[in-house]
Design a protein around this ligand. Structure first.
Ligand code: GAL
Length: 961
């Protein structure tokens, strides 16, 4: 095979031909630039060679039959062909470096003139920031070359070819190329010119490549700056009085850069022909005492994995979207990003520098699909591919090396092991000694500075934290991080608090990165958001592509709200009764001066007084004790608690003054229950049973209360399985949902075993069990009433050996015609489950019925609010006392929720369905990691639930009687 033949450039292992060596990327300089983004002419062909390359000839052009396309963009999202989603599998035969003959090929054409003031001297460079997967470029009929490496920049020298008017830029893009074998990331396959195309004037004597070395000596408080450059020039940083030649080192007192305190100094690199702005952040990254340290202090990563994604434009992101991501991260206490699994648009890294986020910059490299054939033919272990791997490493490092936020390079993701990776690591170390190296896929850690894993369970992480792990000696000396954990698919992830405790307990555990930032659901007219299979793909991985902390439209999911709480950088603890609050500063660098502390005192969930809480200066890692004021006066018998909050004392770049960073609720006293209803005697009337305000049928099924219809009130154990309940085939354990369906918990039968009319109670007994099993649940509904209220005491007792956990246990019922907002006193405002409840606060909340539903892209169990004290749904009032059941209200049944595949499958009915659950099974992270921890599994056991129903005004509080 001729590796350089232009005819098969897309099918050879070469990284490409004709482009300039990679160099540092910068957004602006005083040299002119012309954006070539916008509307291009476009033609799609079914194969790489369906059309010859005459379209690329210098004009005049007849592209009259061609379509138009927006650049940056993906053609499959602009009406040409369709996207495909696979996780690990290549959607084409493993036949490297060959790709299918059916190879959608997009010819892109654009003519442009130069602005009137475009300089006549110097030269020019044409820069492509991202093209998937392989491009061949012509300008004015001259072939410039070809390239692969979709998420990396490529530049061509075009000075000699430019004309003032009528330049013809032609780009042929193949969806599939040898490069596709290196880009098997778990995401949509989205071909096209999806990042900017820019023409950059290069003046004579312009800045070439340059490397800003800015370190910080935390002992001396000084920064040392040296800017190496291809071209001699001067480096000035006015604020620091720095004015030195390139290559010259200077040391001055500075404030360091950290993600918590992202201090940047504006500077300029000036050569004879160009002035390039510099944003200098002084910081030193080191592996010291077995820990990842910056500026002498170990870090704790509160991270996320970020793919670039937008529901309409795919991986073509504008600056506003990138900024939205950074702001959302900062506002949710996230301090780190792994750019899974490729270098992001470079402007994103500018934002990380500016707002403060630690970055693991990952190379555009994944060969996961070779695992399916036992890693046979894996490109990272085949020397023929090494030049392509080195090209990718160099393009990442050279492009991004001047960002203080980037503290680690990652070789790629899930490539197995091989010599090519070692070659990359050696090259990177030689080029940049100022950063650490990450790669998760090699358990020997031969090439890395840390031990990185994905989805390890709590017990194993704890062993690693204690240093009790086995494995190569080198690895046992290294710091540990979870480059992926907390798989945020659908409802969840659960168990984050327990991971965080481990990270905060064991020094060696330096935190982790949630998988992942955003659901990749594509906007779709029929489905709301589409996922794998929705475009008729032969091979796909369904909704595994929707596993983010944000919904596709960037609305935070409950998972993000939970994560924010779990990773809050200030821990507030104490007990409301003794009036002492402990405040622990969990920042790595910042003290607490940027925060103001407030208290509020709540009586029965409503704040009756509030004020500020002076907290002394508390350095990172330190703790202070402060006293709450005396509790305000209030009536007896009420439930009371303090809420202490830490909010931003002043406006910051990423959130306004008053933005909440951390909080805690400190309970003081539990409420006293009003007397329970009783006294009324059940009576038979015609074919009904009457008890106080309630009417039952002869079999003891509640029909109405206070004249309002109640539908089908009975024991319920089923929930629409979450993605985490469904688990994944590669996990060793049988996932809960499979156990549930096998046992038949979704089709329980209720056999009436008795209806007893007592003196002051109606007792209805049933046995609830699935077909074909002798397991069952004995249920007793004991109904008591007074004139206006109805009390249910529900007892559940398992029969037989239950080894399978229950999804939920409680009652459910329908309220026909109920509408209006729901009010409740209990946990809120968002949903919570046993292992996802950290962010739930006790209070009185109000929400529309629709807002109680969490719109997971694939519908599933959602919306439970824990610890219900009381609720008002339509005309019904529910009272449960302190720390009552889980409360869920929705406008469809669990069965409808279970059957739905997309948001648009759910149409609200006229009936509101309410669940009151004594227990819910935990959520866990089983869609890719460990299931719910043992303590969160819902075992079948004796349970009791007590609820009072009424339709009148709420009962008067106890102390007013
Ligand atoms: C990891 C992989 C990610 C993603 C995740 C599951 O193995 O690195 O890219 O596939 O699993 O969502």
């Amino acid at each position: 095979m001729d590796l350089r033949s232009p005819e098969d450039h897309h099918e050879n292992v070469s990284p490409g031909t004709g482009s300039l060596p990679p160099r540092a990327w910068y957004a602006t300089s005083d040299a002119p630039a012309l954006s070539l983004n916008g509307t291009w002419r476009f033609r799609l062909s079914p194969t790489a060679d369906a059309e010859d390359d005459t379209f690329a000839a210098a004009g005049p052009h007849d592209s009259g039959t061609w379509d138009e396309i927006t650049v940056p963009g993906h053609w499959v999202l602009q009406g040409h062909g369709a996207p495909q989603y696979t996780n690990q599998l290549y959607p084409f035969p493993l036949d490297p470096p060959r790709v299918p003959t059916e190879n959608p090929t997009g010819d892109h054409l654009r003519t442009f003139g130069l602005p009137a003031d475009w300089p006549a001297t110097g030269t020019a460079v044409l820069r492509f920031d991202g093209v998937e997967s392989c491009a061949r470029v012509w300008l004015n009929g001259t072939a410039l070359g070809d390239f692969k490496g979709s998420r990396l920049a490529h530049e061509f020298d075009v000075g000699a070819l430019l004309r003032p008017e009528g330049n013809v830029l032609a780009v042929r893009v193949h969806q599939w190329s040898a490069g596709s074998y290196l880009e098997d990331q778990d995401q949509w396959w989205l071909p096209g010119i999806f990042r900017d195309v820019t023409l950059l004037h290069r003046p004579e004597g312009c800045v070439g490549d340059h490397f800003v070395h800015a370190s910080y000596d935390h002992r001396a408080g000084t920064g040392t700056l040296r800017v190496d450059a291809d071209v001699q020039g001067r480096v000035t940083v006015a604020e620091l009085g720095i004015d030195v030649a390139t290559g010259e080192e200077v040391t001055v007192p500075v404030e360091p850069w950290t993600a918590e305190t992202p201090r940047l100094y504006d500077g300029v690199l000036a050569t004879a022909g160009e002035r390039v702005p510099l944003r200098v952040g002084f910081r030193t990254v080191a592996l010291e005492d077995g820990l990842i340290k910056v500026n002498g202090r170990p870090l704790l990563f509160r991270g996320v994995n970020r793919h670039e994604f937008h529901p309409e434009t795919g991986r073509a992101l504008d600056l506003d979207t990138m900024r939205a991501d950074v702001l959302l991260m900062k506002r949710h206490n996230i301090n780190a990003v792994r750019t899974s699994h490729y270098p992001p648009h470079p402007a994103f890294l500018d934002l990380c520098d500016e707002y403060g986020l630690w970055v693991i910059d990952e190379c555009d490299l994944e060969t996961h699909g070779f695992q399916a054939v036992g890693w046979r033919g894996n490109p990272v272990d085949d020397d023929r591919w090494t030049p392509a791997l080195l090209d990718r490493a160099a393009r990442m490092v050279e492009r991004d090396k001047n960002h203080p936020s980037v503290i680690m390079w990652s070789l790629g993701n899930e490539c197995g092991t091989g010599r090519g990776l070692t070659a990359m690591a050696e090259w990177i170390r030689a080029r940049d000694g100022g950063r650490l190296l990450h790669y998760e896929g090699d358990s020997s850690c031969a090439d890395t500075d840390l031990y990185s894993r994905m989805y390890a369970d709590h017990a194993e992480v704890e062993r690693i934290g204690r240093g009790e792990d086995e494995g190569p000696d080198r690895r046992r000396e290294l710091p540990f991080l979870l480059c992926e954990y907390g798989h945020a698919m659908g409802n969840g992830p659960g168990g984050l608090s327990e991971y965080q405790r481990l990270f905060e307990t064991y020094e060696r555990l330096q935190g982790g990165f949630i998988w992942e930032w955003i659901d990749h659901g594509l906007a779709h007219p029929a489905y709301g958001y589409a996922y794998g299979g929705d475009f008729g793909e032969e091979l796909h991985d369904g909704n595994f592509v929707c596993d983010g902390l944000l919904f596709p439209d960037r609305t935070p999911s409950p998972g993000l709200v939970e994560y924010k709480k779990v990773i809050e950088p200030v821990r507030i603890e104490g007990h409301g009764r003794d009036g002492t609050v402990r405040v622990t500063n969990l920042h790595d660098f910042a003290d607490l001066a940027h925060l103001a502390f407030t208290w509020s005192y709540e009586v029965d969930g409503v704040s009756v007084a509030d004020g500020t809480l002076p907290v002394p200066a508390t350095g990172p890692g330190e703790r202070s004790e402060v006293r709450l004021p005396p509790a305000p006066e209030h009536g007896r018998g009420a439930e009371t608690r303090w809420t202490v909050r830490a909010v931003l004392a002043d406006d910051t770049a990423w959130a306004g003054r008053g933005h909440e960073v951390a909080w805690a609720q400190l309970p003081e006293s539990v409420g006293v229950l009003p007397p329970l209803p009783g006294g009324a005697a059940p009576v038979r009337a015609d074919r009904h049973l009457l008890l106080g305000p309630a009417v039952f049928d002869a079999r003891g099924t509640l029909l109405s209360l206070g004249g309002r219809e109640i539908e089908d009130l009975r024991l319920d154990v089923w929930r629409a399985p979450t993605d985490n309940d469904n688990g994944m085939p590669w996990r060793p354990e049988t996932p809960p949902a499979a156990q549930w369906r096998t046992l038949g918990l979704h089709r329980m039968r209720h056999r009436l075993t008795g209806v007893e009319l007592g003196e002051d109670a109606l007792t209805v007994r049933t046995r609830v069990a699935p077909a074909a099993s002798d397991l069952g649940l004995r249920v007793a509904y004991r109904w008591q009433a007074d004139d206006s209220r109805l009390l249910l005491t529900l007892d559940v007792e398992p029969e037989g050996e239950w080894t399978v956990p229950l999804p939920r246990v409680g009652i459910r019922f329908g309220l026909p015609g109920a509408s209006g907002p729901v009010r409740w006193f209990g946990g809120g405002p968002g949903e919570a489950y046993p292992d996802t409840g950290a962010a739930s606060r006790v209070g009185v909340w109000e929400a529309d019925l629709d807002a109680l539903h969490t719109p997971y892209v694939r519908p599933q169990e959602n919306g439970a609010r824990p610890g219900l004290r009381w609720a008002e749904v339509g005309a019904l009032r529910i009272d449960c006392g302190a720390d009552g059941p889980w409360f869920t209200a929705r406008r469809w049944t669990t069965e409808q929720l279970d059957a739905a595949r997309h948001r648009t499958d759910l149409t609200p009915g006229d009936t509101v369905w309410v669940n009151l659950d004594i227990g819910q099974h935990g959520i866990g992270s089983g869609s890719c990691g460990p299931g719910a921890l043992p303590k969160y599994r819902l075992r079948a056991r004796r349970e009791q639930l007590r609820v009072t129903f009424s339709t009148a005004a709420p009962p008067a509080p106890a102390d007013a009687r």
